[in-house]
Design a protein around this ligand. Structure first.
Ligand code: FAD
Length: 470
């Protein structure tokens, strides 16, 4: 029997009833209708990188959208590309280039960092974001979606048409229908110059404002990870990107770490954290002033086999329990960032959970999704916690995240739902007060709960409990 699992954390083994991989809209409609006739629920997956079980359901018909990746339309005037939802980022970037044989004027505005084999459908479902300094999550870049609903009908939704459905599909975790295609708004593809500073968080806040007023479009702050060090979660490498002068040469692709160097840095992050940080900072400072293309600079190196890598690097014994890096992304109002990082420092030191790397980014208030994680402009703090796959190892990571969530919620913050199911229902409700209404609308659009996932099954009771309590 097939067991599916998420690519990154490998903590969601799930047995579907069967897997279907449609190649066009008719195939999706047929798969939805036949599951409905059989009385089986349907789960949707793209790149399978979500870690909270949003893409799989035990006993469900699994629709894998990754065979649907064709470009349907390109508008060079508006800079829009309509593309099937199973396309991942390398495919989307290639498609935008292929559509402009006479000169590439348009490129993607944002994608997730850290991995590339993530699909457009998955990005819309989580309402993902990248390193933009002044951007909303990706829903803002979506002009329209073509969706197969639970009754098998095919509809289009956008800011003008079926507006409510559009807001539910964006950030709707695959619970309202199958996105078969979407129109992505592109931005000017530019040469960007990287500007690097190594500084403390207290100075980074002002430095980032200066960078924004200098015209920087992208940026992040990668913090130091040695818990016993005074620089822990405080000292960091700030890399920002501003439009390069028009006469700047075309990027030559040099300047970023080759795979082997990147792997040895990752190994050092386990063995010698202070050196990992200083080597990383030295490398980054050496790339100050280099020029990159705004679209391809967002691509990342990814290691799908982290546990095997640790064995090869001599960090973990071959017969030790599996491990993975469980990600968490936590949001706080920018003015609360320093205070939150003080609390995070205390929590990580007290729980002794190892943070292998992490960054701070920024996000602007989401005006598209019904269930927004960016309820206001936030600073986003990302943690990659080393997690041993034993009940106590997993619980330790989850407990650290719950404490970090409480610290953020007490400071007016929130957290991302896509990375695991560690959050308690009361934390989900505090971060997402619209959650009970989101579930109600789910049942209005999908009364038989055709679209399900393990994540939905874990949290759908929140709606019932809230209704019973009121
Ligand atoms: C290493 C790593 C780095 C990451 N970095 C970032 C980041 O920088 N920023 C960020 O915002 N997120 C980030 N994420 C989270 C990621 O963006 C989301 O988990 C995203 O949903 C994964 O896309 P996927 O194609 O792998 O989707 P899957 O994991 O396959 O599915 C995720 C969700 O999308 C739904 N879905 C998939 N396809 C469709 C479709 N066609 N129609 C309707 N629903 C669909 C699924 O049902 C599920 O709810 C990262 C995750 C990892 C593992």
């Amino acid at each position: 029997m097939t067991i599916l699992n998420d690519v990154h954390s490998r903590l969601n083994p799930t047995r579907p009833h069967r897997i279907e991989q449609p190649t066009d809209i008719d195939g999706v409609v047929a798969a939805v209708r036949s599951a409905r006739r059989e009385g089986r629920a349907v789960s949707l997956c793209g790149g399978r990188h979500a870690m909270g079980g949003q893409q799989f359901g035990e006993g469900c018909v699994q629709l894998d959208l990754t065979a649907m990746r064709r470009t349907l339309r390109f508008c060079p005037t508006a800079g829009h590309i309509e593309i099937e939802a199973g396309a991942d980022w390398p495919c989307i970037i290639n498609a935008t280039h292929a559509a402009q044989p006479d000169g590439i004027r348009w490129g993607i505005r944002q994608k997730q960092t850290g991995a590339d084999a993530l699909t457009l459908g998955g990005a819309i479902a989580a309402n993902a974001h990248g390193r933009g300094l002044l951007m909303q999550p990706i829903g803002d870049d979506i002009e329209d979606c073509t969706v197969v609903l639970a009754d098998g009908s095919v509809v289009r939704c956008s800011r003008e048409e079926r507006i409510e459905l559009f807001g539910l599909v964006v950030g709707g975790y695959g619970l309202f229908g199958v996105v078969v295609a979407a129109t992505l708004r592109l931005g000017e593809r530019r040469r960007l110059e990287r500007l690097v500073d190594v500084l403390d968080l207290d100075d980074a806040m002002n430095a980032i404002m200066r960078r924004v007023s200098d015209g920087c479009l992208y940026g992040d702050f990668q913090y130091a990870i040695e818990p016993s060090d005074t620089g822990f979660l405080r000292r960091g490498v700030m890399a920002c990107y501003r439009p390069a002068p028009t006469n700047a040469p075309d990027p030559d692709g040099a300047g970023d770490l080759p795979r082997e160097a990147w792997l040895s840095l990752l190994a050092l992050a386990h063995r010698d954290k202070p050196r990992a940080f200083s080597d990383y900072a030295r490398h980054y400072l050496g790339t100050h002033g280099r020029v990159y293309w705004s679209d391809s600079m967002q691509l990342s190196l990814y290691i799908p086999s982290y546990a095997e890598f640790l064995v090869e690097a001599g960090v973990r014994a071959a017969n030790a329990p599996d491990e993975s890096l469980v990600i968490g992304e936590i949001y706080v109002p920018p003015e609360m960032l320093i205070d939150f990082m003080d609390a995070a420092r205390r929590i990580l030191r007290a729980t002794s959970v190892e943070d292998i790397y992490g960054t701070i980014r920024s996000i602007q208030r989401d005006t598209t999704s019904f269930l927004p994680w960016a309820r206001r402009d936030f600073a986003c703090v990302i943690f990659n916690l080393r997690t041993v796959h034993t009940p106590s190892g997993i619980e330790r990571t989850h407990e650290a995240f719950r404490q970090l969530y409480d610290a953020a919620l007490d400071r007016g913050g929130s957290f991302f739902l896509t990375y695991h199911r560690a959050a308690r229902p009361d934390q989900v409700l505090r971060a997402y007060p619209e959650f009970p209404e989101f579930l109600k609308r789910k049942r209005r659009y999908d009364p038989d709960e055709l679209f399900q996932s393990e994540w939905y099954r874990a949290y759908r009771l929140i709606g019932d409990e809230t209704a019973a309590a009121s």
